[in-house]
Design a protein around this ligand. Sequence first.
Ligand SMILES: NC(=O)c1ccc[n+]([C@@H]2O[C@H](COP(=O)([O-])OP(=O)(O)OC[C@H]3O[C@@H](n4cnc5c(N)ncnc54)[C@H](OP(=O)(O)O)[C@@H]3O)[C@@H](O)[C@H]2O)c1
Length: 271
Amino acid sequence: MLKEKKIGFIGAGNMAEALIKGVVKKGIIDPKNIMASDVVTQRLDYMRETYGIRAMKDNIKLVSESDMVVLAVKPGDVYHVLDEIKGHLSSKKLLISIAAGIGLTSIERRLKKGSRVIRVMPNTPALILEGASALSKGTFATDRDLEDVEALFNAVGEVAIVKEQMMDAVTGLSGSGPAYVFMIIEALSDAGVKMGLSRELAEFLTLQTIIGAAKLVKQSGEHPGRLKDRVASPAGTTIAGIHILEKERLRGILMDAVEAATKRSQELGES
Ligand SMILES: NC(=O)c1ccc[n+]([C@@H]2O[C@H](COP(=O)([O-])OP(=O)(O)OC[C@H]3O[C@@H](n4cnc5c(N)ncnc54)[C@H](OP(=O)(O)O)[C@@H]3O)[C@@H](O)[C@H]2O)c1
């Protein structure tokens, strides 16, 4: 049972906090079975006081006492931490890495043969429990491990299980995607202001339009093109706007952006 497992987070930053918040809020794991380690003492005090979890400076002690270890440090700190903890990661423990761009092979190569690893690519809306996370199973991780990690990340949003070769595309789409949407939100708000709306009203209308449209696609299960057709009446306002978006290549630009981000993720992985 996941509820009875002990879980330790190495690195108590933004992502670890989001996960801990979600897991505690949804009652997936008891706070007394959650631990976090970090180099920043203030951060540890904050996590202990806010979530009632155990917090410590010692990564090795954390690994020794955990059944599952979430590696939640920045990608640049991952290898250093792996070297530090590898002697204490037996095959009885599951390692979950959320570090962007670090492949399962490079993690497994650094650990004892047989080490169970799962790689996850979450995104920033996980911070408000609305994330999109993709999961890939390492060589020795079990289906049960995958189920446990799926339950964990379901606490901070929605989960997809993917082959690891897809992780660069995931990074280009859902990993980098929030930034694209932030830009679209900013642009629509600016447009509203240009057309005479107050900034406050323009932002309010933009946000609710984007949230509403996304929910409509998700909940109706209809093709977005069909929903678009339905709001574009003959010689109306919407089709006039759509014409400009098509002429200026909105769809092509978004596809180019995801392609560029995917390629960049591949390059970073190779380096
Ligand atoms: N944030 C996102 O939206 C997002 C999305 C997808 C994936 N990720 C991945 O999630 C991971 C964590 O990101 P984050 O945004 O949560 O980072 P973060 O807020 O910087 O958190 C990392 C924490 O780990 C601490 N740390 C550094 N070295 C350590 C060590 N040796 N032992 C223990 N703790 C150590 C850091 O302290 P210092 O600040 O002093 O270094 C910091 O408090 C990254 O690998 C990132 O690629 C994040």
